[in-house]
Each structure stands twice: as C-alpha cells, then as structure tokens.
Design a protein around this ligand. Structure first.
Ligand code: FAD
Ligand code: SF4
Length: 510
C-alpha cells in the first residue's frame, strides 16, 4: 500500500486548501513547528503564539473529521520543512507528497527541490485562495509602463463581481470612494468594544512554550485574546461586519492616542494564516451593504483593501522576486534606531504607534504607513533593516505581503513600482488625522528649531536630499519647486535642523 503525505504549512490553515482537496482515508496530514521558520527573524511572541495555537487547533479539527494527522510540536532539532518532511516520509514509508505552493519565494524554492532531495513524487498545487493567479497578474502587468493598484483593482472587481451594478458598471457609479474615507475622528464617537477569546488548554501550552523558548523575542504574551480557531475567526468577522464596518470607511485614516483598533477589521492575521478566506470576508461585507447595514464607502473601502491592495501586493511580490528585497533606489543606509524595539522616543506619534505595536503585534495601516513608515522614509533607514523589523513585529507579517509594503509603499526603494510618489508627509498630516501632537514635546506648528516637529524639517530635507532622484517625477517636481522658492536662510535652517536631529538619533537621544 502507498502512503501520501499532505503537507500543511502554518499559513495554510484552510479546509479548502488545494492540498487537501481529494484527501483519502490512508493519507497523512503532516504539520510541524520548525525552528527555521520560527526564528529566521525575531518574530514577536504573540505572532509565534498565534500561528502555533492556530496550527494546533487546525490539527485537532482535522482529527475530529477522522483525518490522520502527524503533528510535530516545536523542537529545536526539527530544523527546517525539508528535514521534517524527510523524517515523515521515512516514518510513514510515503512515496508521494501533496502540498500547496508556499506563499513565500524562499519556501517555494525549497519545495521545488523536495522531489529530487527526498526521492518521492511531489505534487505542488497552486494556492487558489488568492483571487488572481500569478499568471493573471503577469499578463496584466506585462507591457504596462506603470503598475497602479487602482486599475488592477477594477479587473478584480469585474472578476469577482463584487459591487458590480446591474448595468455592469461599478455600484454607486464610482470604482473608488476613497475621497469619503479621510475624516478625522470626532471627539464624541464611541469605539466599539472587541470580543475576546478565552485561552484554552491548547493555547496555554503554546503560551508556555513561547515564553520558555522565545524569551528573547520582542513583545509579551499579556492579554492574548485573539481568535485561534476557525469558529472564533468567523465570529470575529461577523462581529466586525456588524459593529465596526459601518464606520470603517469614513475613519479609515484616523488615529487616536490609546485606541489601537478603532474601526479596523483586525482580520489580516486570520486571513493570512488561512483561518478566514479573502473571498468570504468580502462576501460578508457586500451582504451587509446589500442589506442596508453598512454604507457603500465603507464596504467598497474594505473590499478594495482585500481584492485590490492585498492581491496587488502579492502580484508585485511574485512579479519582482527574487531580488525585490534588495532594491534601494534612494540609497538609504541609516541604521534602524533602537527605539523601534522599545518605543522610547520623545516623538509622541512614533512612541504611541511603536508601543502599541510592541504590545499587540499590530498597528493599523495609517500608523504603519504614515507614522512609522513615513519616519523610516524621511530618515533614510536601511531598507533591509526596516523589512526585518516589519516582518518580525506584526502578527500578520509574511514576506510576500510585508516586502512590497515596505520596499514599495513606504520606502520608495523600488523607484515607484508600487507608489506613484513617495508617501512622505510633514507633521501637519499626522496632526490632522490624530490627537498625537497634543501630547508631544515637539510643536507641530513650528517648522524649525529644537522645539519644531522633526517631521516638518525632515520632510523638506528629504525632498532636498533626493531632488535629482525625483527629477523625472512630475508630482515631486512641484514639491521641489516649493523648496527652491524658499529663502537660502530657510533652506539652511532645514539642513541644520536635520543634521542636528540625525546626530542626536545616532546617539540614541531622540
Ligand atoms: C509598511 C507596511 C507593512 C505592512 N505589512 C503587512 C503585513 O506584513 N501583513 C499584512 O497583512 N499587511 C501588511 N500591511 C498592510 C496593512 O497595513 C495591514 O494589512 C492592516 O493594517 C491590517 O490590519 P486590519 O486587518 O485591521 O486591516 P483593515 O484596515 O481592516 O483592512 C482590511 C484588510 O485589507 C487587507 N489590506 C489592507 N491594506 C493592505 C496592504 N497594503 N497590503 C496587503 N493587504 C492589505 C488586509 O488583509 C486587511 O486585513 C502593511 C502595510 C504597511 C504600510
Ligand atoms: S508634533 Fe510631530 S513628532 Fe510630535 S506627535 Fe505631532 S507629528 Fe509626531
């Protein structure tokens, strides 16, 4: 009798994953917590706990369906996926392996070698949980001068039929309602309280394991209340759609001190590890719109994030790999400041965003993009170090999604492949969208001098430093002309302030 191993990776926790499609009674599902994956960057403790706990619960669910599962708990001697599979093939006398293609280039390359290295038949199946295939993205991208999410998104709307009106056009007459999604939070608005999930015995074992084996990783395991099962994940999705989605669009860009989640879905980690499907999240949101329970700007905004941004980002990753992670178009080389690991900085917006990140392994998009990312861009931080930080610290971070967001969206290190211009902003933007500046030792209205908000002079210093690199960019040209119209004294003050700031930064004094 022959045995087939169905190998499920930690971000493939979906019952409808292609590798389980035709599972037979004698097949064995292999799942393992391997040292290389848990430790190749110092992942946040809550991130490791979430993935291991979700994996163990998924394995229990399979067993309850009478599926044979070979689950290998974390053990430093189980070095890599390849070693774990070699061992399982021997133990089960298997001659065939079925596996869904890994989401990351590095692991896919490993998978491609398994047939040769392990002398078994390996069937690699596409990951059809994504809406666009890699081929579709490549066909769309080839021959285009610029790859812009907005046009790709329209293709995805047509493909899925989401928010398509009876006449075949976009629901509400527009493809994109982002212009309605930039409001600051009113003072008196109530933020909905999140459901929390009790730590069961399985999760308790994982928390103890992470505490013992990953003690030197960032973050802590306090208040670990996130969903870890399919049932909890669905409950969380339903809660989001009922309670937070109606305001999601309008306040999507807002930030408030002490409020980490606001109206965001907090679903990315659940979608990325497979407990929720991207399609079902969009279907649920669209149903709320059709039932009159959520407005179009919210539902379109949410669906755009998933079938637009998420798919576009994945398309860019595979289109550009290998080599994308090494891009550094702005030749940025400053070391990542220590405060990224402690939150210990006097710049309140950064302190809040990083502290919340360290506490929750989460920050919402505008904190990642316009506070932390904006700082990394203006300060010229080394792209590789910034990538490693984002990959380690967020519970939803996998290379395929982290890398294009960092290299392309925040650092402009791909010279404009993802973003038509750098997402650079002065303190005025942060002031408009948050209450952070009210509690900061710097003055957002001051442009220069020791009390001035550093984002104000760093912004102009960044424009000046990179003016030759931006010479061909029409939108950046307009900004550069404003800089050139400033007096010599003003431009000198900007340079001096930036130099003083960077000296202090290098001494850890910011
Ligand atoms: C520098 C940087 C790094 C990022 N790294 C990651 C990462 O490692 N993993 C990750 O899933 N997202 C990443 N994002 C995208 C986005 O910030 C997160 O998906 C989002 O903050 C997750 O919170 P949420 O579930 O509450 O999202 P919501 O605001 O509720 O959005 C809904 C969903 O849309 C999807 N989404 C939205 N924006 C993006 C985007 N730019 N790329 C991909 N998916 C998107 C996510 O699945 C998210 O759950 C990054 C963004 C930036 C600027
Ligand atoms: S003043 Fe500047 S540094 Fe301080 S919170 Fe506002 S934007 Fe951030």
């Amino acid at each position: 009798m022959t045995t087939t191993i169905r190998f499920i990776l930690g971000d493939q926790l979906s019952r409808d994953i292609s590798s389980l499609a035709d599972i037979g009674g004698d097949d064995v599902v292999l799942m393992c917590e391997v040292a290389e994956e848990a430790g190749y960057v110092p992942h946040h403790k809550k991130k490791i706990a979430l993935v291991f706990s979700a994996m163990r619960h998924f394995a229990e669910e399979l067993r309850r369906s009478d599926i044979r599962v070979d689950y290998r708990d974390y053990d430093e001697s189980l070095a890599s996926f390849t070693e774990a599979l070699r061992d399982a093939v021997e133990r089960h006398g298997a001659d065939r392996v079925v596996v869904t293609e890994a989401a990351e280039y590095r692991v896919l390359e490993m998978q491609k070698d398994w047939a040769r290295d392990l002398c078994v038949e390996v069937e690699l199946r596409p990951d059809d949980r994504f809406i666009a295939t890699q081929r579709e993205f490549a066909d769309w991208a080839d021959g285009r001068k610029e790859l812009r999410m907005e046009f790709f998104y329209r293709e995805m709307r047509r493909k899925t039929g989401h928010l398509i009106a009876a006449d075949g056009g976009p629901e509400g007459g527009d493809w994109n309602f982002d212009k309605d999604n930039r409001e600051a939070l009113p003072d008196n608005i109530a933020i909905p309280e999140r459901p929390t999930y009790t730590v069961d015995d399985t999760t308790r074992e994982v928390l103890d394991l992470v505490e013992a084996r990953f003690a030197d990783h960032p973050g802590d395991l306090e208040r670990f209340t996130y969903p870890v099962t399919r049932r909890q994940a669905l409950h969380y999705l339903n809660w989001f759609v009922d309670e937070a989605l109606p305001c999601f669009g309008t306040y999507q860009d807002a930030m408030r001190q002490g409020e980490a989640l606001l109206f965001h879905s907090h679903l990315s980690a659940l979608i990325n590890c497979g407990l929720l499907g991207a399609r079902e999240c969009c279907e649920r949101a669209e149903a709320a719109y059709r039932d009159g329970e959520a407005p179009l700007n919210a539902v379109e905004g949410f669906i755009r994030q998933i079938i637009g941004w998420r798919e576009f980002i994945r398309g860019i990753y595979w289109h550009q790999m290998p080599g994308y992670g090494a891009r550094n178009a702005l030749e940025a080389k400053r070391d990542l400041p220590d405060f990224f690991w402690t939150g210990d900085t006097q710049m309140n917006c950064l302190r809040q965003s990083i502290t919340e990140t360290l506490e929750n392994a989460y920050a919402h998009h505008i904190q990642r993009l316009m506070v932390i990312g904006n700082f990394a861009l203006l300060a010229g931080l080394d792209p590789k170090q910034v990538q490693d930080w984002y990959l380690a610290i967020y519970h939803d971070a996998y290379e395929w999604v982290e890398m294009p967001n960092v290299v392309g969206m925040i650092l402009y290190a791909d010279a404009g492949l993802v973003a038509s211009k750098p997402y650079a902003a002065s303190g005025a933007y942060i002031h408009r969208m948050s209450d952070y500046c009210e509690n900061c030792r710097f003055a957002v209205t001051k442009k220069n001098g020791p009390k001035a908000c550093p984002f104000n002079y760093l912004y102009w210093d960044f424009i000046g430093r990179n003016r030759e690199r931006f010479a061909g960019n029409r939108r950046m040209g307009m900004i550069d002309r404003t800089l050139q119209r400033m007096s010599d004294d003003k431009r000198d003050a900007i340079r001096d302030d930036a130099a003083r700031f960077f000296r202090a930064l290098s001494k850890g004094e910011v």
